[in-house]
Design a protein around this ligand. Structure first.
Ligand SMILES: Nc1ncnc2c1ncn2[C@@H]1O[C@H](COP(=O)(O)OP(=O)(O)OP(=O)(O)O)[C@@H](O)[C@H]1O
Ligand SMILES: [Mg+2]
Length: 262
């Protein structure tokens, strides 16, 4: 992949901007190496690549679970490389996080699980009730507030996790392998749910190695390999690409995606 083609999507004023970002761990492990890319407000983007490629690391830098080693990362105008520790909680409230393992409190009701971010944010009782009910409605679990997570199926539990992630009305939703434990039909339902939030204006970024699902949704895909960004494909925009840039989809598919099937 030529750098010029990757740069095609780059916009320095975008909502999320990675500039030559590196993430290293002690022992010399390079989780991410010289990542430059940008994501616009309201986009839906998949991160894909083999195990160990750096997908979770990229999400963790955005959620500030980890700090950038070198380079610059800006989200909604905030320079995360310089963000003081005391501003991290406020920043995190602008994000929704979804995990493969939903990380629900199993001894608390569905309602209480979803309410948790609002309780932490100090919202009033009445506001919390209204927002939690709306969040549960939006994931199709309007009637299940009183249930315990243990009484629900894996797909329903993941929906509760998603309701908790969006209850704060985040600008950006980050999901790390959200369908990793689900069968294909449930995975598709969960992806449709993400799409519906995206259609309402939320920026959605999903790490997934489920290539079948990723292809089916026909959204922009960032492909990572050994910590490097090797491809950036947007099916919706490929026709607008200048002629002098390589077409990512020539030869029947995305370079990084095709490699998975060899
Ligand atoms: N806390 C850590 N300490 C040391 N090395 C780490 C740490 N977290 C990740 N790594 C290393 O960074 C690289 C990228 O890991 P990452 O978890 O981002 O990959 P991934 O693409 O999410 O993989 P998977 O598909 O298995 O989830 C790997 O080599 C991993 O071993
Ligand atoms: Mg991962």
């Amino acid at each position: 992949m030529q750098q010029a083609a990757l740069d095609y999507f780059y916009n320095d004023n975008a909502q999320i901007v990675f500039r030559q970002v590196c993430k290293r761990f002690p022992g010399g492990i390079r989780a991410l190496d010289d990542i430059t890319c940008s994501i616009e407000s309201g986009e839906m983007v998949f991160l894909t690549g083999h195990s160990g490629a750096g997908k979770s690391s990229l999400l963790k830098l955005m959620s500030m679970q980890q700090r950038v080693t070198r380079g610059q990362l800006r989200v909604a105008g905030r320079d995360l490389t310089r963000l003081p520790v005391r501003q991290i909680p406020g920043y995190r409230r602008t994000l929704g996080l979804v995990f493969q393992d939903h990380q629900l409190l199993m001894n608390k009701s569905v309602f209480d699980n979803v309410a948790l971010p609002l309780v932490i944010a100090g919202l009033g009782y009445r506001d919390i009730g209204k927002r939690v009910r709306a969040a549960l409605e939006s994931v199709g679990l309007g009637e299940r507030g009183k249930s315990l997570p243990g009484m629900m199926s894996a797909g329903q539990q993941q929906r509760v996790g998603i309701a908790r992630a969006i209850v704060n009305k985040p600008d950006i939703l980050l999901a790390d392998e959200p369908t990793g434990n689900l069968d294909p039909q449930l995975s598709q339902d969960i992806m449709s749910l993400f799409r519906s939030f995206n259609e309402r204006g939320m920026t959605v970024i999903i790490a997934s190695h489920d290539l079948y699902l990723v292809r089916k949704l026909a959204q922009r895909v960032l492909v990572l390999q050994e910590g490097q960004l090797i491809d950036d494909v947007d099916p919706g925009q490929s026709n607008n690409r200048p002629d002098n840039l390589p077409n990512h989809q020539s030869g029947g598919g995305v370079a990084g995606l095709d490699r998975e099937h060899q």
